[in-house]
Design a protein around this ligand. Structure first.
Ligand code: SF4
Ligand code: SF4
Length: 83
């Protein structure tokens, strides 16, 4: 499952450099996560790095983008192969 940034985001920019997949970028109003690039950090870390650093805890899992661990690992392998 990809993570999603809610409108509680205060645009602090702390999460963007922590993402190993470059999935986070500034959007028009708040920061955004590209669901095609977010692996919940599977393949890189045990925990989602953005969630660890967000000061306002506004990065939950996206219920509209459910993926199993195996699917996330497959996504990780595709992303790293393309990089
Ligand atoms: S969970 Fe990991 S891969 Fe997904 S946006 Fe956060 S830091 Fe990036
Ligand atoms: S760390 Fe949290 S508050 Fe800061 S830009 Fe990222 S999502 Fe927004």
């Amino acid at each position: 499952m990809s993570l999603i940034i809610t409108d509680d985001c205060i645009n602090c920019d702390v999460c963007e450099p922590e993402c190993p997949n470059s999935a986070i970028s500034p959007g028009e109003e708040i920061y955004e996560i590209d669901a095609n690039l977010c692996t919940e950090c599977v393949g890189h870390y045990d925990e989602p790095q953005c969630q660890q650093v967000c000061p306002v805890d506004c990065i939950p899992k996206d219920p509209d983008n459910e993926e199993s661990h195996d699917e996330l690992m497959e996504k990780y392998l595709i992303i790293t192969a393309a990089a």
